[in-house]
Design a protein around this ligand. Structure first.
Ligand SMILES: N[C@@H](CCC(=O)N[C@@H](CS)C(=O)NCC(=O)O)C(=O)O
Length: 225
């Protein structure tokens, strides 16, 4: 009998938040099937998807063997914490409270205070209400990515807790969030100056198989170079 993988991930090829979950599942060696939600076709606002996530955003994750297989988990940071609890190895958070707070804070700078400005729904409102064309949207995206990454760079470069990765020498949720913004920068072909620490850390992440396999440009539906 063929059994289905434990997890089902609702996702698109080009998604920073979904990339985070792909990486975490890969790091933990968890089997997953993917269900495509085409953001370009607006499927995130279909009635069926809104029933799973009323915000109309991916990723959403179903844990078929979890306590609530009928519910789709949403919000990438909550999903990463969930995966870290149901599959503790390798840990994606430090063992000490200060370390966990530092990692969650860096993750929030990226996933909470940088990424949302770059989303399709923000683009659509700016186009409809402020007359944004493609050039204005690109200026907007470049501004918010630069602001977020340069703030994280300052923080990482100045802090002795920064090691091979954002926090010491183990991959944490902070590294996953950092790489999730850098891969979007690459897809958008935007150059961000003065981020040497980030560049070093992400290069180190990107020799790890789970990061390589989650690369948006390797997913089904991605444009061919
Ligand atoms: N805070 C959410 C953000 C989710 C999000 O905005 N996802 C984007 C793709 S990266 C999306 O679904 N956008 C669709 C839209 O804005 O219409 C998370 O971390 O999961």
């Amino acid at each position: 009998m063929i059994t289905k993988p434990r997890f089902e991930l609702l996702i698109f090829w080009r998604t920073s938040a979904g990339y985070r979950v792909r990486v975490a599942l890969g790091l933990k060696g968890l089997a997953v099937t993917e269900r495509l939600i085409d953001l370009d076709a607006g499927q995130q606002r279909s009635e069926a998807f809104l029933a799973l996530n009323p915000l109309g955003a991916i990723p959403a994750l179903i844990d078929r063997d979890g306590d609530h297989p009928e519910v789709a988990l949403t919000q990438s940071l909550a999903i990463l914490e969930y995966l870290n609890e149901v599959a503790p190895e390798p840990p994606l958070l430090p063992a000490d409270p200060y370390g966990r707070a530092r990692v969650r804070s860096i993750a929030a700078m990226l996933a909470g205070d940088t990424h949302p400005f770059l989303t399709v729904r923000v683009k659509q409102v700016l186009a409809a209400t402020a007359g944004f064309d493609d050039a204005a949207w690109r200026t907007w995206q470049t501004h918010w990515i630069t602001t977020g990454l340069q703030a994280v760079e300052k923080r990482l470069a100045a802090d002795p807790e920064t090691g091979t990765f954002c926090h010491g020498d183990q991959v944490t949720i902070a590294d996953i969030c950092l790489a999730s913004i850098v891969v979007v920068v690459r897809v958008l072909k935007i150059e961000i100056a003065d981020i040497p620490t980030i560049t070093r850390i992400v290069a180190r992440c990107e020799v790890i198989e789970a990061f390589v396999k989650a690369d948006p440009l390797r997913q089904a539906g991605a444009p061919r170079a």
